[in-house]
Design a protein around this ligand. Structure first.
Ligand SMILES: Nc1nc2c(c(=O)[nH]1)N(C=O)[C@@H](CNc1ccc(C(=O)N[C@@H](CCC(=O)O)C(=O)O)cc1)CN2
Ligand SMILES: Nc1ncnc2c1ncn2[C@@H]1O[C@H](COP(=O)(O)OP(=O)(O)OP(=O)(O)O)[C@@H](O)[C@H]1O
Length: 193
């Protein structure tokens, strides 16, 4: 199957999850989330606001904030097209919908954190495979933003994918620019490669 076909198929699957299934997934994944965040103190953690049937991250963000970590959200880069910035998110941060209808903090350069200073980036994904390869929404945003940091034994930030169990496929066709993940959490399992 082509990447675009897998993307369409898995997006349909996750959008077909019922509200009850979504709620259960968001509750169940908390344990695996705690496993990967445990050990960090006052960390800088990038997450994202869910869209398109993604596992709902609202409660996960609250959980992480309660533990005294700082939360950062992706903001579409205003002039470096296809790249992301990560900006601090607090309860009262002014927000606006981006061109995909996803809410992001209103750009304020003094609240932007360089990628190299983030401890963890939780990435959204559409599909993942047995080897930790990741397929996203097709914008190349995370791949482009992380490309300059990616090398063997890269330690920080730790990249962790979040997905529903139904987003796993056997094998993804990979491209040279794909940044693989070493950790993915689903409600069912914590994958490490
Ligand atoms: N929750 C969340 N936030 C995220 C991402 C994500 O995958 N999930 N992104 C991860 O990179 C970036 C946004 N990337 C996105 C890329 C495409 C579409 C999308 O809905 N595409 C439409 C076509 C829209 C159009 O071009 O007008 C579609 O495919 O139906 C959404 C987000 C940054 N923020
Ligand atoms: N490091 C990079 N440099 C330049 N172009 C890139 C880079 N990474 C990805 N792209 C471009 O972005 C486009 C989309 O890539 P791809 O389909 O892999 O995105 P994705 O992983 O699904 O999306 P995302 O990372 O936003 O979740 C491709 O046309 C690719 O050429």
């Amino acid at each position: 199957m082509k990447r675009s076909e897998i993307r369409d198929l898995v997006r349909k699957k996750r959008n077909a999850l019922t509200q009850k299934e979504q709620k259960l997934a968001a509750e169940t994944i908390k344990l695996n989330l705690s496993q990967v965040v445990n050990g960090y103190k006052n960390a800088k953690i990038a997450l994202y606001l869910s869209n398109d049937g993604e596992l709902n991250t609202a409660k996960l963000i609250e959980l992480i904030q309660k533990d005294n970590h700082e939360i950062y959200l992706p903001v579409l880069h205003p002039f470096k097209s296809g790249n992301l910035l990560f900006q601090k998110y607090e309860k009262n941060s002014p927000m606006k919908a981006n061109r995909y209808g996803i809410f992001e903090p209103e750009l304020n350069c003094s609240h932007v954190c360089p990628v190299s200073e983030l401890d963890i980036i939780f990435t959204p994904l559409v599909a993942f495979d047995d080897s930790g390869n990741r397929l996203g929404m097709g914008g190349g945003f995370y791949d482009r933003t992380l490309a300059k940091f990616y090398r063997e034994n890269w330690q920080k930030p730790q990249l962790i994918g979040i997905a529903h169990n139904c987003q796993k496929v056997d094998k993804l066709p990979i491209e040279s620019w794909d940044v693989p993940l070493k950790t993915i959490i689903t409600p069912e399992k914590l994958y490490r490669w």
